[in-house]
Design a binder for this molecule. Structure first.
Ligand SMILES: [Fe+2]
Length: 473
């Protein structure tokens, strides 16, 4: 406060005209409000995000942001016909609007912004739709296209990202864009936690949305919470940490009744054709989620079952304070084994580790029978050092590492095609680094895995360029 007074007195002493004084004060204001234009909400919708919300063949939810001038907002959706007048068949859906007061967490010069959401229902399966969001008058987004799921199994692919977390605007943008170049028809994109670093930083979220731009609106997203979506510091114990105030306003996700409120919109299941994806929250009430996971795994009707959460079961760089509680790890691991979950997609360790557990209920003839594929990956620039001795210890639980990498940003493409799934990990340069094909006998549940690892050197800190940033914590 004292410094501000000195600044003002100095300005008055050195500036004579009222206009020049205003300029000085304006300049002073700019110094402290140096926001990028894309951080600041306007009447035009931004941060448009498409999510699953119930039946993937007939429903989707969309969330977007505007400034508080937009009091009412709408979504319009129509079958994406080839003719430009396709929107004559559009349905208009009024949005729900909520005020978010960013308060101290504000990243822009606005304290309050509006988040709007609308749910599309009654869509036709396996159909291309176009939607737009806006104020119902002149301020509309562009028309954005997406395809609904088919009602039964049909080939599709999806993307899985490990942590984006740091320097997202600058260095994660090329990952998501290369993912789009590699798998443009992806049905959805899974973000396995730590999308940003500081849970309430509106500036960081602005960077995440800018990096993904229209891909966030076009690919249906499956966001998973990580530890960085919870507030750190202040001595708060893990169980007491608060979730990002922007998570629920930004992502319209299914609410699973029966789960405690703090798990709402962080624990849910996506059912996409013959594939079930169970999303868990590794930060809160983890034991409560065991029952939920089992209920989901018992549900019949799926040929493939995946589980995703942030803290890994098999961790390339284990840190006890930043890991699943022991009891939870045991319960989840046992359940994954009991139901022979096909793949587990995780994040957190800022390194790449693909490993597997062989089928335990049958003789592992030829060493290619698979029970579960476990992956930890990273899509952002922050990179940690895997510990081979630690990974080795998991052997007593049947886990063996297949492919490891350091100091590399990845995205994964998973192709589903009948009783075969192909797993591929690409570097952000678009090079295939790791691959495997899993074949499953749907009658017996037995799976075999064929490793398709390209003949390239394991990437390590020694054979790659160093990256350091003061911002990385
Ligand atoms: Fe993390």
């Amino acid at each position: 406060m004292k410094l501000k007074c000195i600044y003002l007195i100095f300005s008055l002493m050195t500036v004579w005209s009222p206009g020049a004084l205003a300029d000085q004060l304006e300049g002073h204001k700019h110094e402290h409000n140096d926001f990028r234009h894309w951080e600041i909400a306007s009447r035009d919708p931004d941060r448009i995000f498409l999510t699953f919300h119930g039946d993937a063949a007939t429903r989707r939810a969309v969330t977007w942001r505007t400034d508080t001038n937009v009091k009412k907002s709408f979504l319009e959706v129509a079958p994406a016909l080839a003719e430009p007048g396709f929107d004559r068949l559009a349905n208009r859906i009024p949005a729900l609007t909520e005020v978010v007061d960013l308060g101290a967490a504000k990243g822009s010069n606005q304290s309050k912004v509006h988040y709007h959401s609308a749910i599309m229902t009654g869509l036709n399966p396996d159909t291309l739709y176009a939607y737009r969001v806006g104020d119902g008058d002149k301020r509309w987004s562009e028309w954005i296209q997406f395809r609904t799921a088919a009602q039964k199994a049909k080939p599709f692919e999806f993307i899985y990202f490990g942590d984006a977390q740091n320097d997202v605007h600058s260095r994660w943008s090329r990952v998501i864009r290369m993912a789009h170049q590699t798998a443009p028809q992806a049905a959805f994109a899974l973000h396995a936690g730590d999308l940003i670093n500081a849970a309430n930083s509106d500036t960081e979220w602005a960077g995440w949305f800018k990096a993904g731009s229209y891909l966030h609106a076009q690919w249906t997203g499956i966001p998973v919470v990580g530890n960085h979506e919870y507030l750190h510091g202040g001595g708060a114990r893990k169980s007491q940490r608060k979730m990002s105030m922007l998570w629920q306003p930004q992502f319209t996700l299914p609410v699973k009744e029966g789960l405690s409120e703090e798990l709402h919109e962080t624990v849910y299941t996506v059912e996409y054709q013959d594939v079930q994806i169970i999303v868990l929250n590794s930060m809160k009430n983890t034991l409560e989620q065991t029952k939920y996971m089992e209920e989901q795994l018992k549900k019949p009707g799926f040929n493939w079952r995946f589980v995703t959460f942030h803290y890994p079961i098999y961790s390339p760089r284990f840190r006890e304070k930043h890991a699943l509680p022991k009891a939870t790890r045991e319960e989840w691991r046992e359940l994954i084994a009991k139901y022979k979950v096909d793949c587990v997609f995780q994040g957190h360790d800022h390194a790449y580790l693909r490993g597997q557990v062989p089928m335990r209920s049958a003789p592992n003839v030829g060493g290619n029978q698979l029970e579960t594929l476990y992956v930890v990956s990273v899509s952002g620039p922050k990179q940690g050092l895997p510990e081979p001795l630690h990974i080795e210890k998991y052997k007593k639980e049947g886990f063996s590492a297949v492919r490891v990498a350091e100091n590399t940003q990845f995205f994964q493409v998973i192709e589903m095609n009948g009783n075969e799934m192909t797993y591929k990990a690409y570097t952000t340069a678009g090079e295939l680094y790791d691959a495997a094909v899993i074949k499953k006998d749907f009658k017996t549940g037995m799976k075999t895995i064929r490793q398709m690892i390209p003949d390239t050197k394991e990437r390590t800190f020694e054979n790659t360029l160093e990256y350091s940033s003061e911002n990385l914590k």
